[in-house]
Ligand binder design. Structure first.
Ligand SMILES: Nc1ncnc2c1ncn2[C@@H]1O[C@H](COP(=O)(O)OP(=O)(O)O)[C@@H](O)[C@H]1O
Ligand SMILES: [Mg+2]
Length: 247
């Protein structure tokens, strides 16, 4: 079943929308429109009665709600109707406290000490909290902002990869259509979450012909015919709008 995204011009690129219950990664630099895409996707479902959950790991939900209230997405009323939910799964008070503490702790003292790290949201902790929300509120659309803020419990790269693959696999079994936002660090090197996801979309914000240009590009989408070229992106009163090819 295809899930219309609510982003004008996007569904036509991907045979009508996302596939239900799948996990997509939306990567892009700051300011490229990831949060807007995410909230617009949730608001489109919420206005048809499907509960949407926006999970923040770095930013305070109120800031996002304020910014998105500039658009005609009915964010405030959808929140009041409990069709649009925001959950702050960012570092807890204790974690902030540990952060402050660590300024006074010498590196030697920190060796072998894992408590500061274990307070950070690990994939397992984040998943557990998300799963509880999903079953309590019957969430159908989920956005995680952003994967870049999740901390691994190990510094071993291969263990981190395993942890991330497991996180994505768990999300695939949640029964909701998920968009994971990620800050793009290197568009030429794929990350574990991009390998593991059913689909990967890039958002660009670059200098083109002396002006900044925004674009979106579908990199991979399993089970879907799509092209991989860049399409222009505009911010309208309704949110993002996808336009034609960028020559
Ligand atoms: N009406 C508007 N309200 C808020 N941001 C807008 C508006 N119109 C355009 N923007 C653009 O949206 C950008 C932020 O988009 P956002 O989705 O938060 O990006 P990201 O999550 O990728 O950092 C701002 O930098 C701004 O250029
Ligand atoms: Mg954002």
């Amino acid at each position: 079943m295809r899930i219309p995204t609510g982003i004008e011009g996007f569904d036509e690129l991907v045979q009508g929308g996302f596939l239900a219950d799948r996990v997509y990664v939306l990567s892009g630099p700051p300011g490229s429109g990831k949060t807007t895409f995410g909230v617009q996707f949730l608001a489109a479902g919420a206005s048809k009665g499907q509960v949407g959950l926006y999970v923040t790991l770095l930013e305070c939900p109120q800031n996002i709600i304020n910014d998105m209230s500039n658009y005609e997405m009915n964010v405030t009323s959808l929140i009041k109707m409990q069709k649009l939910l925001f959950a702050d799964l960012g570092p807890r008070m204790e974690y902030g406290y540990m952060d402050e503490l660590s300024e006074f702790v010498t590196p030697e003292y920190n060796v072998g000490k894992t408590s500061a790290e274990s307070e950070a949201p690990s994939p397992a902790m984040v998943f557990k909290e998300i799963a509880a929300y999903v079953s309590e509120y019957d969430v159908k659309r989920l956005v995680i902002d952003s994967i870049s803020a999740i901390r691994f419990t190990s510094s071993d790269f291969s263990l981190q990869e395993k942890e991330m693959s497991r996180f994505i696999r768990n999300l695939k079994n949640l029964g909701c259509t998920t968009v994971i936002l990620s800050e793009m660090t290197d568009p030429t090197a794929y990350s574990t979450e991009q390998f593991a996801a059913h689909g990967v979309i890039f958002m660009h914000n670059f200098l083109y012909d002396k002006s900044m240009t925004r674009a979106i590009q579908v990199i991979k989408m399993r089970g879907t015919r799509h092209d991989c070229n860049m399409r222009s992106v505009d911010f309208t009163n309704a949110g993002l709008k996808i336009g034609g090819y960028i020559e």
